[in-house]
Write a protein that binds this ligand. Structure first.
Ligand code: GDP
Ligand code: CA
Length: 327
């Protein structure tokens, strides 16, 4: 079975670990979000690709869900001693090596997809991990920062990098708009459209619908290829009981005018894209609403408390895909 998964960071990676356990013989291609990518200290950092690579390759910091296990921060401390920041982005010594290798290879002219493949030679994630594009895309968030005191109440409206919004500000101000800068001009990376065309099933893990899956879908050609693939497309809700399980997805959903509920996210993707949608058992009452939108829906436990729980979710997603296919 050939499975294509559109993944962000933590939610995508943890689901993928379950999917691998559920169907060890499947041929899995992961299309990774690169809208979170950022240049720091002259290095190219790809947080979501690395979270998938480290999680599936056994190098992830389990409690945090991102970054390396057994990490130290000497390099960051030394940089801070020179007054070189940003101090708000947690890059550890082990993690730095990944970004140095990546930046060096990019500098030598390799595209990001080839670099990712080379990094995966070490980590052996057991899936084919492809960035959504080799072109530069950076998600920016429009915010109004509190005024500096002169004109009372007047704030400064500006666009900031997604990482600055998410990590430095912890989404503490409303996101007024979310823009994947560069996406319109980006081309899918080599292998992306081919994998979609050859897939037997396409899955949207419980990743952020706006800044993870939404960014991947913003690369021209990807959404169309999925809609035209003619195979079941099944998603799992990252929203359980009207709130994101982890993180601040509600803030970016508000920016695109979508309420933070499992059925609203399904409707946001729409029946033109999604054939099936899994909601958590606490949201069982919304199954009818999702089905009324033309998307087959089931309520099953959606908390990835451990790898077995994630594997059960993956089996449910594949069962729903089989149900959709049989219609
Ligand atoms: P990020 O790039 O690290 O933010 O990760 P993703 O975009 O892949 O996933 C983030 C989303 O995963 C958040 O919106 C969470 O609500 C969701 N999530 C995290 N853990 C779980 C879980 O156990 N169950 C479900 N249903 N969603 C989860
Ligand atoms: Ca991310």
């Amino acid at each position: 079975m050939r499975i294509v998964v559109l993944a962000g960071g933590i939610g995508g990676a943890r689901f993928l670990r379950g999917l691998k356990r559920a169907v060890p013989d499947a041929d899995i291609t992961v299309i990774g979000n690169t809208g979170d990518d950022i240049h720091l200290f002259g290095l190219k950092v790809c947080p979501d690709l690395d979270t998938v690579m480290y999680t599936l390759g056994g190098g992830i910091n389990e409690e945090q869900g991102w970054g390396r296990t057994d990490e130290t921060f000497h390099l960051k401390e030394e940089l801070a001693a020179y007054g070189v920041g940003p101090e708000w982005f947690g890059l550890g010594d082990r993690d730095f090596a990944t970004h140095i290798v990546r930046t060096q290879m990019l500098g030598a002219g390799y595209p990001l997809s080839a670099v990712t493949e080379a990094l995966c030679d070490r980590w052996k994630p057991g899936v084919r991990l492809i960035p959504m594009t080799d072109d530069r895309v950076e998600t920016h968030v429009a915010v109004t920062l509190p005024g500096s005191g002169s004109a009372a109440g007047a704030g400064e409206r500006k666009a900031i990098h997604f990482q600055e919004y998410w990590v430095r500000l912890r989404a503490s101000v409303p996101a007024e708009a979310v823009v994947p800068v560069g996406a319109e001009q980006a081309k899918p990376a080599p292998g992306v459209l081919e994998a979609i065309a050859e897939a037997d099933v396409i899955l949207f893990p419980p990743s952020n619908p706006v800044v993870s899956v939404g960014t991947i879908l913003a690369v021209p050609g990807i959404r169309e290829a999925i809609a035209d693939a003619g195979v079941p497309v099944v998603g799992l809700s990252p929203i359980v009981g009207d709130a994101p399980v982890r993180g601040m997805a509600d803030k970016v959903l508000a920016a695109v005018g979508v309420e933070s509920t499992a059925p609203a996210v399904a409707e946001h993707y729409g029946s033109g894209l999604l054939d099936g949608w899994l909601v958590d058992t606490v949201d069982a009452a919304c199954v009818e609403r999702v089905e009324a939108a033309g998307i087959r829906c089931r309520a099953v436990p959606l908390m990835m408390t451990d790898v077995d729980a994630a594997a059960r979710m993956a089996r449910e997603a594949l069962a729903l895909a089989a149900e959709v296919r049989a219609v």
